[in-house]
Ligand binder design. Structure first.
Ligand code: SF4
Length: 233
């Protein structure tokens, strides 16, 4: 994607961009700067089989009480060999009906955020901490996060992303086992516990729809994540 198109996407999400001096004149979009070795990843057919099996387990899971309220469990969607794993909180009403994460207005905003980094939705893998919708979109309970955590851990092990983008407080705090407010977590890189996989924290698109003035902070976070992916940080 060229710089003009990137700026169009940024305009869509409400951000005016000034290039950093050190990056001006260089390619600042996309993630093709760093070639990533995938030799340790599973063979595609084996990966498909394992993820499909995991997804089928999620569809019939009754490990926590949320199974009673769901229309469809939401396993996740996207590129099974993705370098980027995007993790949100839990399905909302539209996601529950469709069985797909991040649809509706928040999903459109997430797509625009990804495009601003030169990524299409189908290039990344998108999932949530919880695979079933909590009633009335309440916050997940600890026992639900623990019950569902094994699915997320297996997704991470199978997909082997290069960077995790954690969207919102619930995703960030549960992934990193932290109680720090999200505003203080932003701007730092973390490691997914027990690994050398970087995690970058930013606001959830649903929050941005309610607080559009925070979009610039998200753009800063996305640039930060790009630089981590490129090995510049
Ligand atoms: S939220 Fe997770 S653990 Fe709970 S029923 Fe759904 S898939 Fe199972």
């Amino acid at each position: 994607m060229n710089g003009i198109r990137q700026h169009q996407y940024l305009k869509e999400i409400g951000i005016t961009v000034w290039l950093e001096r050190k990056l001006a004149g260089k390619e600042t979009t996309g993630f093709n700067v760093k070639s990533v070795s995938k030799e340790n990843r599973l063979l595609e057919t084996e990966l498909d089989k394992n993820l499909d099996y995991l997804s089928s387990q999620v569809q019939t899971c009754n490990f926590c009480e949320l199974h009673k309220f769901r229309t469809k469990a939401v396993f996740g969607i996207g590129n099974k060999n993705a370098d980027w794993l995007v993790i949100g909180e839990a399905p909302g009403v539209e996601e529950d009906l469709k069985g797909e994460p991040f649809v509706g207005r928040a999903g459109k905003l997430l797509n625009a955020m990804l495009l601003s980094m030169g990524l299409q939705r189908k290039e990344v893998f998108i999932t949530n901490i919880l695979k079933c919708r909590p009633p009335k979109n309440r916050d997940p309970k600890l026992d639900e996060v623990e019950a569902c955590g094994n699915y997320l851990r297996q997704q991470i092990e199978l997909i082997k992303p290069k960077v995790i983008l954690a969207l919102g407080r619930i995703a960030a705090q549960n992934l990193l086992k932290s109680t720090t407010p999200i505003g203080k977590m932003r701007g730092n890189s973390y490691l997914y516990p027990g690994s050398d996989l970087p995690v970058v924290v930013t606001y959830h698109p649903a929050y941005l729809l309610r607080s559009p003035t925070e979009k610039r902070k998200v753009w800063e976070d996305l640039k930060f994540a790009q630089n981590i992916f490129r090995g510049l940080i």
